[in-house]
Design a protein. Structure first.
Ligand code: ZN
Length: 131
């Protein structure tokens, strides 16, 4: 079942590899991964996975401006931010399991909140620039 859509069955997706299964949602096109003994999570390349990837480096705390993320077109960044905000507001999974982050679930979610705040601030400034 899709974690976001009500009553939509997931479709198995490739590639076939040992130790992990992939699924796609035919309705919202979110992609999932499932490891044995763990609940489903979003698959790599989901916006949350990209943000938490940066958190894998222990000493690094979120610095939006320096991260290179603002290089993404504002509309792309906004879509990513909205997807992350949805997960913050309505949790569907253990986000730390996406990449097996060593941080706690709460630390990962705090990191996502910091990212969203940084990105929102940047998008607002960008908007201001335009007029
Ligand atoms: Zn779905």
């Amino acid at each position: 079942m899709c974690l976001r859509c009500t009553g939509v069955d997931l479709v198995p997706a490739g590639p076939l590899v040992p130790e992990i299964e992939f699924f796609d949602c035919p309705a919202c096109h979110r992609r999932y991964a499932g490891k044995p003994g763990q609940s489903l999570t979003f698959r790599w390349l989901h916006p949350i996975s990209l943000v938490l990837y940066e958190r894998l480096y222990p000493s690094k705390c979120w610095e939006f401006e320096k991260s290179g993320w603002p290089s993404k077109p504002p509309e792309v960044l906004l879509r990513m931010v909205e997807e992350i905000e949805l997960e913050i507001a309505q949790p569907t999974q253990q986000v730390r399991d996406i990449l097996d982050n060593p941080q706690t679930e709460e630390q990962c979610r705090q990191y996502l909140r910091e990212f969203v705040a940084g990105a929102r601030g940047w998008l607002r400034e960008k908007d201001g620039d335009r007029g």
